[in-house]
Design a protein around this ligand. Structure first.
Ligand code: FAD
Length: 476
């Protein structure tokens, strides 16, 4: 009987433990992808659907080439699996686990139900350096602070055996599969993703991006990672989310660059630490399932959030009058990605300057980010809001102007995304309202007409945020 290889968020052939084990079973392999949105815990966002559609296309092509066509099915996963088992006599399902609480529970339920009928589900970890729950404090408790977690993680992990992509996979022909187009996964009208990079999704693109990054940018990552105007980061987040590349591949290739002497250990470390934050987020969510929905620190439950529909809309549209914030929000809307430095600035602006609940921002990001990831998104939003496990202290409020002058000193980033300010001299680019009227006139900037006035005053907003925080019984 053939075996089922159930793809989920491991859309790759290399370094894929479930795939390697399925092939090693010596039986014909039926690669399967099931679109079962209900089992995700939360419906996929728009940008995620856009990415998934292309990534599945790339996976299907790679599997076709290897000789085992991908079977696409839509519906409740358990029913789909049962039907396929019935049709083909398969007795084993190989899969890489998902560790988000809802998905994890759904997988466990399916494994349990199938086991009762003699079908074995074999689960592997293909998405994280360490299985959540395997990195604990001496008292066997989850870590809530990043640095000790990271230290323990790095001590605990062992590289997995090499698992190159198989050239041939003995497949099964003739099993019915949905045409991907019929799913209409992403069909927003008007197509707001028209300017997303259509060549970015897929395993081959991810591998190339990693190699290019290591060769070109890794050595300077520690400095350049904070310059949103320059291409200094890996842009691997969506590929890591969808498992087009494994985090181990990333870490091992970086280590190989250290061995080869092309980068120093310290340079590599600045980058691997960020992979560590991804890991920290995933472990935290697994252990604290309410992370996306509830303040990690319950004292924030009484925070006097404002309801401000107009403010929220201005933020989403990149029309707040703060160039750094607006540039970020427009980069997100246009490309489905935003630079990490700017994610922190825009998130802080929403929760502190506008005092809008971080969950509003989290949900906007969820819908618009190509790398939307339940763990990383909620962990980072709570970090910025100050309500998280390991969070920025609330009273550290990002100043969107000085963030701009510091990290986008030459204005390259703002000029790219807020072209109506392009002609303003650097000195006033991040605070156009401070420019003398004649300078603005020369640059063709009319506040309130060609570009908004700031929707809040920074100093006033800052004071109000600190007062709100104090109202929770905190010393400012
Ligand atoms: P690089 O700088 O090249 O980093 C390499 C990898 O490390 C990333 O691909 C990512 O997998 C991981 N990583 C880096 N920074 C973080 C971080 N702070 N937390 C967790 N993992 C990290 N990242 C997501 O993948 N999905 C999200 O939904 C997400 N939401 C965010 C929301 C907010 C408010 C903030 C401040 C950050 C969020 N991040 C999220 C983290 C980070 O901004 C992105 O991972 C990063 O910008 C992706 O670009 P890159 O691949 O070039 O990163």
């Amino acid at each position: 009987a053939p075996v089922i290889l159930w793809f989920r968020r491991d859309l790759r052939l290399a370094d894929n433990p479930a795939l390697t084990e399925a092939v090693a079973s010596g039986r014909p392999v039926m690669p399967l992808y099931v679109l079962d949105e209900a089992a995700e815990g939360r419906p996929l966002g728009g940008a995620s659907k856009w990415w998934l559609e292309r990534s599945l296309q790339a996976l299907a092509e790679a599997l076709d080439k290897a000789g085992a066509p991908l079977i696409l099915k839509r519906g409740p996963a358990e029913a789909v699996l049962r039907a396929l088992i019935e049709e083909t006599g398969a007795k084993t399902v190989f899969m890489n686990r998902r560790f988000e609480p809802a998905a994890f529970a759904a997988d466990a339920d399916i494994a349990h139900a199938l086991k009762a009928e003699g079908i074995e589900c074999r689960g592997f970890n293909g998405s994280l350096l360490a299985r959540p729950g395997s990195v604990l404090t001496q008292a066997e408790k989850p870590y809530k602070v990043f640095t000790p977690f990271y230290r323990a993680l790095m001590e605990a992990i062992e590289p997995p055996p090499a698992r190159p992509a198989p050239e041939r996979i003995a497949g099964v022909k003739g099993v019915a599969s949905d045409p991907l187009e019929d799913w209409g996964l992403y069909e927003a009208r008007p197509d707001w993703a028209a300017r997303f990079d259509a060549k970015a999704p897929g395993e081959a693109a991810a591998s190339k991006r990693l190699a290019d990054f290591i060769r070109r940018d890794l050595a300077n990552y520690g400095v350049m990672r904070d310059r949103p105007g320059k291409p200094g980061t890996s842009r691997l987040s969506a590929a890591l989310h969808w498992g087009e590349i494994s985090p181990w591949r990333v870490v091992l290739d970086v280590r190989a660059a250290v061995e080869a002497g092309t980068v120093t250990e310290q340079q590599a470390e600045a980058f691997v630490r960020e992979i560590g934050w991804r890991e920290f987020s995933a472990h935290l969510l697994h252990q604290f399932p309410t992370l996306p929905d509830r303040n990690f620190q319950p004292k924030f439950d009484d925070f006097p959030w404002r309801s401000d529909g107009a403010g929220l809309k201005a933020w989403q549209a990149g029309q707040t009058g703060y160039p750094m914030v607006d540039a970020g929000m427009r980069e997100l809307w246009t490309t489905g990605w935003m630079h990490n430095r700017v994610r922190m600035v825009v998130a802080s602006f929403l929760v502190k300057h506008l005092r809008i609940d971080w969950r509003e921002g989290e949900s906007w990001f969820w819908d618009t980010l190509i790398d939307a990831d339940l763990a990383s998104n909620s962990q980072n939003w709570q970090w910025v809001a100050g309500s998280g496990a390991d969070a920025a202290p609330y009273f550290r409020i990002f100043n969107p102007v000085s963030q701009g002058t510091k990290f986008d000193a030459d204005g390259e980033y703002v000029r790219r995304w807020v072209p109506e300010l392009k002609k303003l001299p650097d000195r006033w680019l991040h605070s156009p309202w401070e420019a003398p009227a004649e300078v603005r006139a020369d640059a063709g900037v009319q506040l309130g007409k060609t570009y908004p006035r700031p929707i809040v005053d920074h100093a006033e907003a800052r004071d109000a945020a600190l007062a709100a925080f104090k109202s929770l019984g905190n010393e400012g």
